[in-house]
Design a protein around this ligand. Structure first.
Ligand code: MTE
Length: 389
């Protein structure tokens, strides 16, 4: 007779005793058995936690929405804890009427809801010269995908009346870094949002409470948090974040500026170094793909380092400038695997290999690394970050 399974034959505490009553957790938290699903930083990466970054635990998530509590954080001067009653958004410069909005003013304007990914330009930046960090949380975790509620920037600009010679905006945060970036007016009038809610609740302080800019498809640095000021001008401001930082140093020593769009990219989130294979037989491979140029059309997966490819099954909403979720259901007999995924977007753009990327961009860059990631699965299931020459 088979050995009885104690998980069935033994009565467990949760089956024997009353559980907590309602209101024990007025704001819910995940199960204690999920305590490892947290944002993590890389201690040697930055000098201080106030000007630093932590990473979304992509290996442990599913679907397309990033839960608010694990959206990666990137701050240049720590988290501003703003009293919304004291918060103002000012619009001035090349406008007919300079305006100041309170949070209540903004919440009285027509609302929209949109799901967009935010990817930091530095995502995968540590991998430019070779495989380095062991886990998709660290190689690809500077991304989140959230539903925003707010107003279009167009609505606000129309109220102020933009002058005919206006071409650029400056967005400025109310944090101690006063982080600011120049934004082309054309983009501002196209799809930029000023958001006060994420995933149905107020923005979290980490992500810009009470107000942030949402710049769909463009690098995260432009998504100014704790937004307090929009100046309208006729040329970019050449701020620190668009000159000494967030530029792409090319092999000839020159740097590309204003490289806003995040090109198509994907990563297999499981199996991956933090989510090794544990079972021979049927398994689910899953990952995410995204493109700053529109929708993801197809995702291919290779199990032999890019020699052969199969089309992955995309499941869940396929939205403009949002993450999509893909799956490959497969059998594993314990052989070594070299897993790769590549995204193809609606423009026909195909995610490049790292070698292709380096041929054009060299190895001096930090930003905009959208090269194909390889995970090596060993026969014991242990998975590591490798690169194929
Ligand atoms: N806005 C302000 N005011 N201050 C900041 O430090 N960091 C920027 C951007 N907006 C930043 C900011 C950077 S570099 C990124 S990648 C995104 O916010 C990160 O957004 P998140 O913290 O919601 O993930």
């Amino acid at each position: 007779a088979p050995t009885p399974d104690p998980a069935i034959t033994e009565i467990q505490d949760w089956n024997r005793y009353l559980g907590d009553g309602v209101d024990r957790r007025p704001y819910g938290v995940p199960s204690k058995f999920e305590k490892d699903v947290i944002r993590r930083d890389v201690s040697w990466l930055t000098a201080s936690p106030e000007s630093s970054v932590n990473f979304t635990p992509l290996h442990a998530l599913d679907g397309i929405i990033t839960p608010s509590g694990v959206c990666f954080e990137r701050h240049h001067g720590g988290i501003a804890e703003i009293d919304p009653a004291q918060h103002r958004l000012m619009i001035h410069g090349l406008v007919d009427t300079p305006l100041v909005f309170t949070m209540d003013d903004i919440k009285r304007m027509p609302r929209i809801n949109k799901i967009y990914f935010l990817e930091c330009a530095a995502n995968s930046g540590m991998e430019w010269r070779g495989a380095q960090l062991n886990g998709c949380q660290f190689t690809h975790g500077m991304i989140h995908n959230v539903m925003y509620t707010g107003v279009t920037l167009k609505t606000l600009l129309e109220q102020a009346g933009v002058k005919s010679n206006a071409k650029w905006l400056l967005l400025e945060g109310a944090d101690s870094a006063g982080m600011d970036r120049s934004l082309p007016l054309e983009k501002a009038l196209d799809d930029v949002m000023i958001a006060y809610a994420m995933n149905g609740e107020a923005l979290r302080p980490e992500n810009g409470y009470p107000l942030r800019a949402v710049i769909p498809g463009w690098q995260g640095n432009l998504w100014v948090k704790w937004l307090r000021r929009i100046e309208v001008g006729d040329m970019p401001w050449q701020t620190r974040e668009e000159t000494s930082k967030y530029t792409d140093l090319m092999p000839d020593g020159r740097a590309r500026k204003y490289t806003f769009v995040m090109d198509a990219k994907s990563v297999i989130t499981s199996p991956s170094p933090q989510a090794p294979l544990k079972h021979k037989g049927r398994n689910v491979l899953t990952g995410i793909a995204w493109s700053g140029r529109g929708t993801v059309k197809r995702v291919d997966v290779s199990m032999d380092g890019g020699r052969n490819w199969v089309e992955a099954r995309i499941d869940g909403p396929v939205l403009n400038k949002s993450i999509v979720r893909f799956y490959v259901d497969f059998d594993w007999n314990g052989e070594e695997l070299m897993l790769q995924s590549r995204a193809i977007d609606e423009t026909g753009y195909v995610q490049p290999t790292k070698a292709e990327l380096r041929k054009i961009r060299g190895v001096n860059s930090v930003y905009h690394n959208n090269g194909i990631q390889t995970w090596l699965v060993h026969p014991d299931g242990v998975t590591e970050n490798v690169e194929i020459a």
